[in-house]
Ligand binder design. Sequence first.
Ligand code: SAM
Ligand code: SF4
Length: 337
Amino acid sequence: MTAAPPTEGVLVDRYGRVARDLRVSLTDKCNLRCTYCMPAEGLPWLAGPQLLSDDEIVRLVRVAVGLLGVTEVRFTGGEPLIRPGLVGIVAAVAALEPRPRISLTTNGIGLDRLAATLRAAGLDRVNVSLDTLDRDRFARLTRRDRLDDVLAGLAGAARAGLTPVKINSVLMRGVNDDEAPALLRFALDHGYELRFIEQMPLDAQHGWDRTTMVTADEILATLRQAYALAPDPVVRGAAPAETWLVDGGPARVGVIGSVTRPFCGDCDRTRLTADGQVRNCLFATEESDLRAALRGGADDAELARRWRAAMWGKRAGHGIDDPTFLQPDRPMSAIGG
Ligand code: SAM
Ligand code: SF4
């Protein structure tokens, strides 16, 4: 391996990992205030001119797909459904050659109304975040009384064929950690694929505490009290979730043990923030400013060169367990989870 980033081809780093999966944050704003993500009062949002325009987003995705070997594009945020141009962005990305697979991570609010339109525009799949099935808990956890909207969004996504519909759940001790089996029952009954995500130190308030975090081992132990879990024979590849067959399959459940079972060695992600910064890791402390380059007149080849250089510097791992670990300045909602 050479000591300098490659001048052409895919997004490879100095450890030989190749980034094929692009996460694009469409906005840092959100209509919920999940306690593990944002403070009640929200955050100082990016100002309009700081945000990439719809055309700028599509141009950068075109560079990623056309010149850098990206095959998967996931839109996220903040809450991507509140970006006015979402449908047009999805349609433009679906028209790219080669066509990437396109998915969306959302809290599901409004998805019942938008799912069919998004499907027609070219969206392939969705992940919907849902941490509890109890209305009061939902209202406390997200600080908004919107559980019914999320449930309607899930049903709408399934109806529109945005399948497999996946659910992301974060468990917090003393808040919803008793709900793992009920969430799995709900997912099995509706044909959704459930994945639990370990809580990560990415909240804006810096309130994460390793000692109280609900671990992948604990989640699995709780699930095993109600279900038989067998290792999934499907090869995991770069997927962050370890999956298990539930009661003999074919239904499965996943656990993303980002903290206790890190998968950095297989990571194939690259990230673009809503203000046009490339991040080579959720936990990166440095970013590469593609917006300034783009607005300064850089051509596609130059944008690709900068993107390659940004990925080349990706660290071997997130280092959460390292005593020198520093939480990134940007919270999850502004990075794009
Ligand atoms: N608003 C959308 C949603 O909630 O799905 C997309 C953005 S959100 C930041 C993406 C995912 O990150 C969600 O599944 C959410 O639960 C998860 N998330 C947010 N903060 C987290 C944290 N501190 N640790 C682990 N996951 C987190
Ligand atoms: Fe919004 Fe998603 Fe963060 Fe919840 S996790 S506050 S829905 S961005």
